[in-house]
Design a protein around this ligand. Sequence first.
Ligand code: ZN
Length: 539
Amino acid sequence: MQSTQWIVASLVAACVSFPALPKSPVDGSLLNRIADQGFNHGEVVETAQYLADRIGGRMTNSPAMRTAEQWTQGRFKAWGLKNVRAEGYDFGRGWWIESSRVRMLTPRVLELRAIPIAWTPPTHGAIAAPVIVAPMRTEKDFADWKGKLSGKIVLVSWPAPLAEDLEAPFHRLDDASLAKYDRFKEPNYDPELDRKSVDRLLFRRRLDDFLAGEGAVAAATMSRSAVRLVHGEGYSYQVGMSPKLPQVELSSEDYRRIARLARQGEVKLEIDSNVHYEDADHHAYNIFADLPGKDAKAGYVMAGAHLDSWVAGDGAADNGVGSAIVMEAARILAAVGVQPRRTIRFVLWSGEEQGLIGSAAFIQQHLAHRPLPKDPEVAALGPYFGPPTYPLELLPGYRDLVGYFNVDNGSGKFRGIYAEGNFAAIPILKEWLAPFSSLGGAAVVAEPTGSTDHQMMSEIGLPAFQFVQDPLDYASTTHHTDADTFDHLRPDDIRQAAVIMATVLLDAANAETPLPGKPVPTQPSVTDPFQYKEPSRPQ
Ligand SMILES: [Zn+2]
């Protein structure tokens, strides 16, 4: 109790010491009621635990994700949110792992740490075959292995030696590291860079075709992590695009051991991949809930996180916790009984892990259209893959969204917010976060951050932001791995995050004038039109 009183007292003290605060639309007593509701009556820890422990990993369109779609809507309704709904969009197949086992049979019997790669087919019982180590990175490498792969389990990754890890596996941001985020890097437009991620995705598909055409029986990749962590990420979720071969990811220690033994003689593996496709409904769903505003013409502000996860762990830090924080902000604001000027909308995205598919579908349905890429192969990858295309066609709903706030950087407490190059918003965000300096959450940093659901909203000019969070062990341990479990969350951190999220949403909903957006983007000019590319070195 004592420490809580101290926090509330600190919040009041912080209010007094910041002269900018009187302009804030959230008056002090309301702020303190939000803090009291979040710190003393919070449910965010239980929400995160249910998503992680009870429902578990939530691959888009998997049975667990369907359960999560229902359960989260039930919670929103129980807390008194309105217009709770699921909005569908065309995604692709569901997929899940019932059981899987990979063993080395020769030169000795050994159970390996491995996981089937998402959306790869089942083995229909155990299959056993000798391995061949055949690292391939581009289509040019196929020629080296033609005619050598029939009847083999092909190890397609290069067995990179164990890297020396110089970063601490767990850390919080100090003032110096926060200051580093507050340096705006000017945008650099290089059309060739944009193409690289598309090429990587297309290569995976061509590799599968090549291996199947050569008569290989299965493929194995090496985990990019050490300490026997595995991920199982795969991207062939679209109908008609499922891989032909069963594929597993081996822990890096197991993969290197096999690669060493294969230098000395035959290594035989056994793979039993008991996985299932789900084809009853190819739509994925984003979940929405509203706290209706008093002024229907004033637009809405929105908070979001992705509910889907990867397959290996429980999706606790990525991003059950973010979903729980968004849900808790909704619960807090409903519980304190606020009636905001603008509607506050809460969204739990799907399809984020496959390329921000859920938020891209929302943009397509409500905000703006982009022309399809000219290359039909890139266009077939789905909306918004590849370089941005122009001109943007704005939909009537574009002007209604006057602020979007995302959370998806693991389970650390909020340290502030990324301003995403929205210079005009910086002083306003600073004012809104000022009460939270005593909780370490008041930094507004210029740097943009990407790879999650606010990104494309920011890219079409809307005031869309993501919170800065303490990294904890996200990068070293939990991100997309089988160690992404509830015990890596910190209850104090996520209560703090929910209180800040609720307050900022109310600030944005009640602000006199909406947050400034950026100009609607048009085709950028190439940053350095005279540069020559360095030829690649022989490997
Ligand atoms: Zn995520």
